[in-house]
Write a protein that binds this ligand. Structure first.
Ligand SMILES: Cc1cc2nc3c(=O)[nH]c(=O)nc-3n(C[C@H](O)[C@H](O)[C@H](O)COP(=O)(O)OP(=O)(O)OC[C@H]3O[C@@H](n4cnc5c(N)ncnc54)[C@H](O)[C@@H]3O)c2cc1C
Ligand code: SF4
Length: 459
């Protein structure tokens, strides 16, 4: 270990730009055992590992780095799959620069350990060698209803299965996975990777019911009567709107409508051809990870130009640096310090341009962020398609208030330290409790809620 002096940080190979923009396949390759071992061997094995503390799941990172360096794949696989419900997914989608790798002791000066890539390697190499996640064989006879099959719901199901409790998942979409299936694009997370985990969960006893919307075609009361506990993992999927004239014009759309439609197309499902962007100039409004996903998807769909328009400066972009860099490499254009004021439409009500004003964004010493509009700075940019990627809010659901499940002023479900809502026996986690956040934090909530449910049901 500690070989960071001799071996530099080397990220996994990325597919060449001119190749990767032609399809939706993942852009990163997976390390081979030799590469993974060399990279893991750089680890300092800190006494107080900051990476472990910065990982929302508190993964035993130094432990599995040591076992990878020593080429004990089986032990690395077991340790990695212990604290994480799907390490091969987190290794691919976590913004590591803001989490484990950002906190790595070597980050300043030497280059952080490539924790995410090694995490993906451990599972993928383990799967190749026939290793599988383990679940409890002995059943307790208890059943828990899980509403929503995103990372929060699937993580909760994983840890319930590990305690012999049968999870029954109810999902309104036609496929499970939540935003891992219908949000995050394939070039970051191949859908086969998500489907594989779901299949193993089903084989271990998870009952999955898709096309069932609780509160619409299944009553919440029925779940209360028939299950020992309920977990709400319903996400925060209500898109924020810009509130500007013309936002409903032909060619203007919300990020999730755009991304979900393309995902249906890639699955070979029926999809809406009116939302296609081939040969069009696309302006994406927003600067987070969803905006990056939209520009990069537009490029792969053959857009003439894909422009990201963000109201603050480059340094203030909220998403992962890695994803901004990938978007730049793939030809996305960026316009900073601009805010849209209206969509300009043509004779048939179609988008022809967007009017913007220029802004000045500042951060005060106390961290307060300010945004000033520059007077008389209006200008227009031509566009055929405008995609709004302005974030998400919690969806107010009638069955929550009807059953005394309280929400806060932003509509997020309130839980106590055990992830139990204000209705005893009903637990919640993920975006529906935090507001739009991350796969890894949803996975953490699902895991911790499952532990509380297990304590409550079987002690
Ligand atoms: C485009 C996009 C890209 C992203 N990229 C990343 C990334 O790279 N890395 C990262 O860490 N995070 C990313 N995120 C955020 C991440 O996907 C979410 O934080 C995470 O999926 C939240 O998990 P969840 O389980 O709480 O909710 P969701 O994943 O939203 O799942 C909730 C599920 O509940 C279902 N549901 C809702 N109401 C009902 C009901 N009444 N009955 C039945 N089912 C219901 C929904 O259909 C959905 O499937 C991205 C988000 C988006 C939108
Ligand atoms: S789950 Fe995310 S934050 Fe934790 S070790 Fe893996 S990549 Fe890092």
């Amino acid at each position: 270990m500690q070989n960071f002096i001799f071996n530099e940080r080397i990220e996994p190979r990325k597919r060449a730009v001119n190749e990767r923009i032609k399809d939706f396949r993942e852009i990163y390759e997976i390390y081979n055992p030799n590469e993974a071992s060399i990279q893991a061997d750089r680890c300092v094995q800190c006494g107080d590992p900051y990476c472990h503390n910065a990982c929302p799941l508190h993964n035993f990172i130094p432990h599995w780095l040591k076992t990878v360096a020593e080429r004990d794949l089986e032990l690395a696989f077991r340790i990695s799959n212990e604290s994480s419900p799907f390490p091969e997914i987190m290794g691919r989608v976590c913004p590591q620069d803001r989490l484990c790798e950002g906190a790595c002791t070597l980050n300043e000066g030497y280059g952080a350990i490539t924790i995410g890539a090694i995490e993906t390697f451990i599972s993928e190499e383990g799967f190749k060698k026939g290793l599988r996640p383990q679940y409890e064989e002995k059943k307790t006879g208890k059943k828990v209803a899980i509403i929503g099959s995103g990372p929060a719901g699937l993580s909760c199901a994983t840890y319930l299965l590990r305690s012999g409790i049968e999870p029954h998942v109810f999902e309104r979409a036609d496929r499970a996975g939540g935003l891992m299936t219908y949000g995050i694009p394939n070039f970051k997370l191949d859908k086969k990777v998500v489907q594989r985990r779901i299949q193993w969960l089903e084989e271990a006893g998870m009952k999955l019911n898709t096309n069932i919307e609780v509160g619409k075609n299944l009553d919440f009361e029925e779940l209360l009567e028939n299950y020992d506990a309920i977990f709400l993992g319903i996400g925060a999927t209500k898109p924020r709107r810009a509130g500007i004239p013309g936002e409903d014009a032909k060619g203007a759309m919300l990020a999730m409508d755009f991304l979900t439609n393309i995902q249906h197309k890639l699955f070979g499902d029926p999809y809406n051809k009116d939302k296609e962007v081939k040969d069009k100039t696309v302006i994406v409004i927003g600067g987070g990870d969803t905006a990056m996903d939209c520009v990069r998807t537009s490029i792969r769909e053959g857009a003439k130009k894909a422009i990201c328009a963000y109201r603050r400066d480059a340094a203030s972009m909220p998403g992962s640096r890695k994803e901004v860099k990938n978007a730049e490499e793939e030809g996305a254009e960026f316009v900073y310090n601009v805010a849209p004021t209206r969509i300009i439409t043509g004779d048939n009500g179609e988008v022809v341009a967007v009017e913007f004003v220029r802004t000045i964004s500042t951060i005060a010493k106390d961290g307060t962020r300010k945004l000033e509009i520059v007077k008389n700075s209006e200008f227009t940019m031509e566009a055929d398609v405008v995609i709004f990627a302005l974030g998400f809010e919690n969806t107010p659901l009638e069955f929550l208030s009807k059953h005394g499940i309280e929400t806060n002023k932003w509509g997020a479900i309130k839980v106590d330290g055990n992830y139990e809502t204000t209705k005893p026996g009903v637990f919640a986690g993920g975006d529906c409790y935090r507001g739009a956040h991350l796969v890894v934090t949803a996975a953490y909530d699902g895991r911790e809620a499952a532990k509380s449910i297990v304590r409550k049901l079987i002690g």
